[in-house]
Design a protein around this ligand. Structure first.
Ligand SMILES: CC(C)(COP(=O)(O)OP(=O)(O)OC[C@H]1O[C@@H](n2cnc3c(N)ncnc32)[C@H](O)[C@@H]1OP(=O)(O)O)[C@@H](O)C(=O)NCCC(=O)NCCS
Length: 298
């Protein structure tokens, strides 16, 4: 049996793709594929377009997944997950993406934003040859943090408390810190609280690894989700946000460090984050690579 491709079937393929990503992970994320927790986090996003999941495409060789092409939250974004022995599939995957995963502008023009790792010269050459242009501002950096075996206790500033959602899963407070932390002004719209429940619904979401910093008022003012992938012993940090009224007080840093510390205690040796912000550099993350965004309008 040769390589064949087929439609993504939700929800069964969610697990199968996750296993594929775990199986082919290489230290330092040298494989260049998404981490399993990134894939899982995508499925917990309140704004994920679930109606288009069947447009995700899976390639199989003798019944084993060898490649997946997909979007993250909306059609138009294209990500490539590829087994290292099946790199010849890139052209087929891009053909498929251009025909089925494209997005449409308000005026009805089709576009594709293909994400290509900066060390994947084969795929970069392919997109360039088809007229794609790099959009530097949409690059997705991947950074890594070596988790020390002896992790010092994480101390919040005076008057603040570090908690996890296992201690206090107050959805209104969670909704508020994520709303304000991602720079939306004012108070969060009450009806969007269902989305916060969805963020806790995937199989490896753990309340005890989802950290909040509580202010003296009792509000949550900083938030850090961490995910532990036990096969490769990696932690993944997402999402992270601090209420704008409480920034530059060291709260984001303690939330992230506490999440990583807890993953380290479970066995994680490294943590990854999809960012190269100075904030992460100050914690000790170093950039591994960029997933560059290449855009084509059709
Ligand atoms: C990024 C973010 C989480 C930082 O939270 P924070 O609680 O303000 O961060 P901390 O106070 O713990 O900062 C720790 C260190 O990180 C660095 N840092 C934090 N914010 C920074 C900024 N805006 N510019 C440069 N360095 C920054 C500094 O070195 C800082 O130490 P210092 O204040 O002593 O100089 C916050 O700005 C935020 O919520 N941004 C919007 C959401 C977001 O971008 N999340 C990350 C997505 S991956």
């Amino acid at each position: 049996m040769g390589t064949e491709h087929r439609q993504y079937r939700s929800p069964d393929d969610f697990m199968l793709v996750g296993h594929f990503l775990i199986s082919h992970f290489q230290p330092g994320n040298r494989d260049g594929n998404w981490l399993q927790p990134t894939w899982e986090y995508m499925h917990s996003l309140p704004y994920l377009d679930e109606s288009s999941l069947d447009k995700i495409r899976i390639w199989e060789d003798s019944g084993e997944i060898v490649a997946v092409v997909h979007y993250e939250s909306r059609l138009g974004e294209v990500f490539f997950q590829i087994h290292p022995k099946h790199t010849h599939l890139k052209q087929d995957m891009l053909d498929y993406a251009e025909n089925h995963l494209y997005g449409e502008t308000e005026t009805g023009n089709r576009f594709v934003r293909a994400f290509v790792n900066d060390f994947d010269f084969e795929l970069e050459t392919l997109v360039k040859s088809r007229g794609y242009e790099m959009a530097e501002q949409y690059a997705r950096p991947i950074s890594e943090f070596q988790i020390p075996q002896k992790f010092p206790p994480v101390e919040p500033p005076e008057g603040f408390h570090i908690k996890s959602l296992a201690d206090d899963n107050d959805l209104m407070k969670i909704h508020r810190v994520l709303w304000r932390g991602f720079d939306h002004s004012g108070e969060p719209p009450a009806e969007e609280i269902e989305g916060r429940k969805k963020m806790q619904s995937t199989p490896n979401f753990r309340k005890d690894l989802t950290i909040v910093v509580e202010a003296p008022s009792g509000d949550f003012v900083s938030f850090c989700g961490t995910w532990y992938e036990s096969v490769n012993k990696i932690a993944y940090v997402e999402p992270v946000a601090t209420d704008p009224d409480f920034r530059r007080m060291g709260l984001g840093k303690v939330a992230v460090l506490e999440g990583i510390r807890r993953c380290g205690a479970l066995g994680a040796a490294v943590a990854f984050v999809g960012s190269d912000l100075d904030f992460y550099k100050s914690i000790g993350f170093t950039k591994r690579f960029d997933s560059k965004c290449w855009i084509k309008h059709f």
